[in-house]
Each structure stands twice: as C-alpha cells, then as structure tokens.
Design a protein around this ligand. Structure first.
Ligand code: DQQ
Length: 670
C-alpha cells in the first residue's frame, strides 16, 4: 500500500474557515469573552453558528433554547440586519433540510448484495453503513466476541452469531481467522445448538490453551427457556492451525447452576488459569438477588469442576454479571501476561528470571476484573490484587469501577497473545439503528478494533487501550497540519479528511485555566445538554467527523473543560450523535466522561478512527475510549468531510493534526 505524506501548515487554505472572520467582530468577541468566562453558557444553537453565520441545528436535535446566548455572542453579533439575515438563512436551511429529510427514503428491500435496484439512492444510506476495516460477518446478526486466541500462527475470533437473520436468535459460534488481526477469513460455524443442553443456543465462553498446547473451549449452553449450564468443546484435529472442526465432550454439561443460583443467571465462563497447586480455575458470572457475583470453580483435569465456597468477587446492587474477565497486568510497561504462566507451575521459574521471590509477585503485577452489567449493558473494570491464598480479588478502590468504553462496547473479552506478548481486548459494538433497519440492511453489529491494553503506569488507576499496531498498516495517504489557533466559533474544514475511512490524531495545547479570573461552576454539564452546541469557556472544541458540506450532519467528538465547585477544572470528552443523521429511529444518545489529565501533561490528544458507521475515539493515549455508531444520509462515502471546531468562548491552540486515509480489508470465506 503506497503511503504519501503531505506536510502542510495549518493555514486557512488547508483548513477552510466556514464563515467569514470579520476582524471587528472578532475583537468584539474577544472583549466579550472577558465577561463570558464568569458564567456557565447555555444553548448556542449549533456549533456551526457564528455571530455572522447561519444557524444549522440538525433537524432531529432539540431546538435551541430561545434564551439569550452567551454574553459574547449577543454583544459580538452585529445586530439588526445581520440578525434578520441569519433568521432568513436559518429558515432557508431548515427548508432545504426538510426537503432532503422528506425525500430521503428509508424503506428498502432486504439487502442481499445482488439486487441492482439497491444501487439507487434509496439504499445508499443502508449500504454506506457497512464498514471497511472493522470485523463483521458477511451478513446477519453478531454479538459477543468469544474465545479469542492465538494458535499455530493464526488469530482466532469466534462470535455469537445468528446464521438465519439480522436479529438475535439461533445463537451459534461464528469463526474467523487472521494472521494480523486485521484481515479476516470466515470459516464454517464452530459450534451450533445441536445437543439437549445447548439446543436453544451456544452462548458466550472462552478458550484456554491447555498444558499440552491444545485449546479447549468452555461455553454456556442454553436450553428449556434459557436455562444455562457450562459445557466444553475441543478441536477435532488440534494439528489444524485453523481449528475448523470442534467436538463437544461426552461429559457435557460439565456444570449446572449451583444451589441458590437461578438457571437463568449462570453464564459465560472465563479463560481458565492454572495455579501452582496444579488446579485450573475459572470464574462464571451470576447473581444473588441484586448482587452481581463471580463464582469460582477449580479442576484438576478440566472435566470435573468444583465450586469454591468463596466468590472471586462481588459488588452489591449491580445485577447479573455477564462475560466476566479476569487477568493480570504488569505494573509497568506494555507487555501482557499469561495468567497460567504467572501463577502456574512455571511461575517460580519466571519469578527467578525476574529476580523476585515467590508468587504472587505483588510488587510487579496487578489484576483486572471486568464485568458486563446486564442491567446497563456497560462493561466496567476494577484494578486490584488477587490472593492465591484466599482466592479473592480485592479492588484498589470500592465500587464497580470505570468503563472500558463510554459508548457502544459490550461483552468484551481479552486474550493473551503469545506471538507478541500483548493482552488484546475485543468488544462488541452493537447498532444504534432500529431492528427493522437491521433486517432491511441484512446485518447487525461489528466488533470494535482489537485493542492492546496495559496498565497506565502514570496513574496506576486505569488501563490504557490502543488499537493494535497492525491497524496502522491500513493507513494510506497522510495529510499533516501544523499549529493553528481556533478562535471562538471557528470551524475549519480539514484537508485530507474527505471520505468515510479515516484515522485522525489531533493534539491540542492544554488551555491555561489560570487566565480565567472568576469562575461559575459548571458541574451540571454531562455532554448531553446540547452536546457540541453547548457553550462553555474552554470547549466544546474538537472534531466533526462524517460531516456533509453543509454541516447538516455531523458527529462531534470534543473536549469540554469544566470548572467545578472545588475550584478545580476537570476535562470531559464527549461523542455527540444527536446531529449525526437525518434518518429517523436512531439512538442518538450523547456519550462522554471525565478524563484524567495529569498536571505534567500539557496537551489534550484525540485519536479518532472513522469507518462509515463506527467512530472509535481514544483519548490521552488511550486513557478513555468512546465508541459510537452513526448512520449519515448525506455525509456518506466520498461526500464525508472532516472539520475542526471550537464552540467555547476562549481560543484553543491546535498543535497538530494528522489524517490518514484508511484502506478497506477484504474478508472472505475459505
Ligand atoms: N450474550 C450471550 C450470553 C451473554 C450475553 C448470549 C451478553 O452468553 O451473557 O448471546 O451479551
């Protein structure tokens, strides 16, 4: 793949200002900022409105409050003529948007990829949402990633899959292999519901590499109105690196729900780990009343499992725990750790090599426990220690812990990549459209890009997530831009950012909050009130991705720096889907959370990977992630644009912007 690099200064020629920069108005704006910093600033109509420019609220966004805008807006805005001009423009734009909206057809024949009528505009909307470089099956419904592993030169991903339709049901294990985690080849179904104990579905589970080097799968079988039990499958031919055929062992089901646990609340076994007592251990999600729990089982032969008296972990009032995951992480460095090598019979040898004493290596390793909360459909993780004496996980901090990802990312699972000594995380990004849309387009769900994860040594309190480096090989033409300043209300088109498949890195100078004399706390903002249309002092500022030329559709990924009652300033990152699409029946929830910016850090950094209907955002080197699903109707394919914006009342310095075009990957059946 050829790479071209165009290094250009971030001038207006590259980043075309979308609205005129009247010097006088700018000066008025600056003067007004001085007073505007004192207040929390509600409801500018849209990030694309400037004092002189049109107001273009997305038709599906809530109408801006008629209340007066921020102080500098009213004082900077030329009154009289320009006010009525902007009203006229707003009416015109609304009319155009309405016409486009009404003429945008959202009813189409089921997508089968062969029907010529699907090439017309009616179906462009559906077709454009198919991703170019994310893993997704050829058709039908997918959910949780299952049993990821590296085996004999291939990465394997299995996934919950309905081979008969684009909605959940008939759940089997789909299977694909790759040599680089990016290019995938589909294989035949690995596990199908064909036994009395899994006849309603082969639900989620994990793979473990056993001591003889062969893999074993533990999974949940569903039967009889979703009664759950745990079963095992092994490869028919372990010498086949593709592991095409699997057989269920005759001892199945290996585990029935224990006393006190409902058969409806007993599922998703983890990868097993071996400890120095020669016992394998797995943990399985369950609940007791409203307490989410992780049951612990031991086995010497991987067939006969014994429930342990103590739970590995539990948190009150969190409901059913799905898809739990439990693994060690190094306290320093990016390398992953194989749980069984760390704690198993080989651990002493490893420890000796590391110059340590005996396990559990408490000075060197921490543990991560992840749970997928069925009640909220969010994945949370806690960092702590695991005692091989008590077999309990003890968190460093109370509670369920932060989320892996503040957008669409569920039922995730890690594996240890023995090829490169990484721990890699997979997570399911479901759709934000309707089931009817999914049936029409013939598929639902993608897997987020596989992410390398490791402990953030700077904070010790969070993990870092970063797309596996193999993703970088999809990068094509690079357009780089140097420093520029975004004045309040600026919106610049970014050269090199056309198209629906991008990998964007933008670095902002951390604003100097000490320049603000008096501050009114703004603790109420939670990304959703107005989203990118809200106005604060420092922010929102960031990127508009998957944006059409007229900025009718845009997905804003932005920072927002908030003064708190304590006097401290905190930094949020938000992903605003409320103006992403003119299409109806979409979930347009605005996502976001606080990100820890350390005093030693003087930049704010976003890496945003755009792929048609998925936008994956990594903040501050991976300290926070947000995945969103969006379905533009106008900003599709070659009509998609990239913009930088600042809707705060203070200027923001952009230090650099790098934009790569991303190649598509062909995925075939073999
Ligand atoms: N999905 C599976 C279950 C799991 C849930 C069923 C999580 O095993 O608990 O498809 O999305």
């Amino acid at each position: 793949m050829g790479k071209s690099s165009v290094r250009t200064p971030l001038l207006n020629a590259d980043l075309e200002a979308q609205t005129p920069r009247a010097g006088a108005a700018r000066e008025k704006g600056k003067a007004a900022n001085a007073t505007a910093d004192y207040v929390s600033l509600p409801g500018a109509a849209s990030i694309v409105s400037r004092s002189q420019g049109p107001t273009l609220p997305g038709p599906r966004a809530p109408a801006p409050a008629p209340a007066p805008g921020p102080a500098e807006t009213s004082s900077a805005a030329p009154k009289n003529n320009s006010a009525s001009l902007s009203t006229l423009l707003m009416i015109a734009v609304c009319c155009i948007a309405t016409v486009i909206y009404l003429s945008a057809p959202f009813v189409a024949e089921p997508y089968d990829g062969n029907n010529p009528s699907q090439d017309d505009a009616k179906n462009a909307f559906y077709k454009a949402s198919r991703t170019g470089y994310h893993f997704q099956p050829e058709k039908n419904f997918m959910n949780d990633p299952n049993g990821p592993m590296y085996y004999k030169g291939y990465y394997h991903i299995f996934y919950q899959y309905n081979p008969k339709g684009a909605v959940w049901g008939n759940i089997c294990w789909g299977h694909a292999v790759s040599t680089d985690l990016v290019h995938w080849q589909y294989l035949e179904l690995a596990l199908v519901p064909d036994q009395w104990y899994d006849i309603e579905g082969v639900w989620s589970g994990s793979a473990t590499i056993l001591e003889d080097g062969t893999p074993a799968i533990m999974y949940t079988g569903s039967r009889n109105g979703q009664h759950q039990s745990q079963s095992m499958a092994i490869p028919v031919d372990p010498s086949d690196p593709l592991l095409r055929k699997w057989k269920k062992v005759p001892e199945n089901p290996l585990l029935l729900n224990p006393t006190g646990i409902s058969p409806h609340d007993f599922r998703d076994p983890t990868t097993a780990w071996l400890e120095s007592d020669g016992l394998w251990r797995i943990t399985i999600g369950a609940k007791v009343e409203k307490t989410g729990i992780a049951l612990l089982y031991t086995s010497r032969d991987f067939r006969h499992w014994e429930l342990q008296d103590t739970w590995l972990h539990h948190v009150n009032a969190t409901g059913m725990w799905e898809c739990v995951d439990f693994y060690p992480v190094l306290e320093e460095g990016k390398l992953g750790v194989d749980h069984s090598i760390l704690l198993g019979p080989k651990s002493e040898q490893l420890n000796a090599e590391l110059g340590g004493e005996q396990p559990p290596f408490s000075d060197t390793f921490k543990y991560v426990f992840k749970v997928s909360l069925d009640d909220t459909r969010h994945d949370h993780y806690a960092i702590g220690n695991y005692s091989t004496a008590t077999h309990k996980f003890v968190t460093d901090r109370p509670g369920i812990g932060p989320r892996y990802d503040y957008g669409k990312f569920y039922a995730s699972k890690t594996f240890y990549d023995s090829k490169t000594s990484r721990r890699i995380l997979w997570g399911w990004a479901n759709e934000s459209d309707s089931e009817q849309d999914d049936i029409t387009k013939g598929w639902a769900s993608v897997q987020a890009l596989p992410r390398t994860i490791w402990l953030d040594a700077k904070t010790g309190s969070n993990i870092l997530q970063w797309p596996v480096e193999e993703v970088d090989r999809l990068r094509g033409g690079l357009t780089s831009h140097d420093s520029t300043v975004l004045e309040p209300r600026d919106i610049f088109k970014v050269k090199g950012g056309d198209g629906p498949q991008l990998d964007i890195t933008v670095v902002f100078q951390k604003p100097d909050v000490t320049t603000v004399d008096r501050v009114v706390p703004d603790e109420e903002f939670d990304c959703s009130q107005g989203g990118s249309a809200h106005r604060g002092v420092f922010g929102p500022f960031g990127l508009l991705v998957l944006t059409d030329d007229n900025l009718i559709e845009h997905t804003a990924v932005f920072f927002y720096i908030t003064p708190m009652k304590s006097g401290a300033w905190t930094t949020r990152v938000c992903s605003d889907q409320s103006r992403s699409s003119l299409a109806p029946n979409l979930d347009t929830t605005v996502y976001g959370s606080f990100v820890n910016i350390l005093p030693t850090e003087d930049t704010l950094e976003l890496r945003v990977l755009v792929d048609h209907s998925i936008v994956e955002t990594f903040v501050q080197g991976g300290r926070l992630a947000i995945t969103s699903r969006v379905y533009p109707t106008l900003a599709i394919n070659e009509k998609s644009r990239l913009f930088l914006f600042n809707n705060g009342t203070r200027p923001i310095t952009v230090k650099s912007v790098d934009v790569y075009q991303m190649s598509s990957v062909a995925m075939h059946a073999i």
